[in-house]
Design a protein around this ligand. Structure first.
Ligand code: SAM
Length: 235
């Protein structure tokens, strides 16, 4: 992968960055996403944030090599601390991390999102936690995608500032309201795998000397919900 040849996963993230936006790509690694968008004239500029020195230097190098130092600044910083008010960032992308880390990054410096209208988030796992964050922090989902690539399944969640509070029920939080409405092969594969995994965990906890009843109840509930959805979508 490079800035000219994004993975399908990162190309899906790119698709939802509004044209002309000022983007902060948090956890940018090689800065392929913002450089890709700049090369095509699709963003005005922004910030490539990285917390680890090695990837930060990769980002700096890539930005200089492509001649974008005037439009795109690499910053070595933890999460949203890479964003300053003068950057006038209106869109934030966070891709390729777990949902727990994405949620932690967004909550720990939430005030830095002032002025941000869109979040494009690609959790590798734990999308439910990310949806819960969106619901409780004034953002509303506007699109979701799920795709399979190189043996992994990825979800991309796109959210805008909410005009009014959005409430998602448990099923929507777990499966995604847009993904539920248009389930594709990747959706079915993901949830078939999750059903198998949940069944296995359930068997293990039920075989324990002291059976943790609350955990058994939670897993049983989760499994029933997954099976119900799979049945509904004809899987
Ligand atoms: N976003 C790129 C992508 O999707 O291809 C790179 C994903 S890479 C797996 C995750 C990157 O996030 C790593 O370079 C890591 O150093 C960075 N990262 C992890 N936690 C971070 C944080 N709190 N703030 C900024 N960057 C972080």
């Amino acid at each position: 992968m490079d800035a000219d040849h994004l993975s399908q996963r990162l190309a899906t993230v790119a698709k939802y960055i509004p044209k002309g936006s000022r983007l902060a790509d948090i956890g940018t690694d090689h800065a392929y996403l913002p450089v890709h968008l700049l090369k095509r004239g699709l963003i005005a500029g922004g910030i490539a944030g990285e917390v680890v020195r090695g990837p930060f230097e990769n980002a700096e190098h890539e930005i200089a090599r492509e001649g974008f130092t005037d439009q795109l600044t690499a910053r070595l910083a933890n999460g949203l601390r890479a964003i300053e008010p003068t950057d006038q960032i209106d869109t934030v992308a966070i891709a390729g991390m777990g949902g727990a880390l994405i949620t932690q990054i967004l909550t720990q410096d939430f005030d830095r999102l002032t002025g941000v209208q869109r979040l494009v988030l690609q959790p590798n796992v734990g999308a439910m936690q990310v949806r819960q964050f969106l619901m409780t922090h004034g953002f509303q989902l506007v699109a979701e995608e799920i795709l399979a690539e190189d043996g992994h399944i990825y979800e991309v969640l796109v959210a805008d500032r909410a005009t009014e509070t959005q409430t998602y029920h448990e099923e929507e939080l777990r499966f995604g309201p847009y993904l539920l409405a248009a389930p594709n092969a990747a959706f079915i594969a993901k949830w078939q795998h999750e059903a198998d995994r949940t069944r296995e965990v359930l068997q293990q906890v039920q075989a324990a000397k002291t059976v943790p009843t609350e955990k058994v109840a939670a897993l049983t509930h989760e499994l029933a919900q997954i099976e119900e959805v799979l049945h509904r979508v004809g899987a």
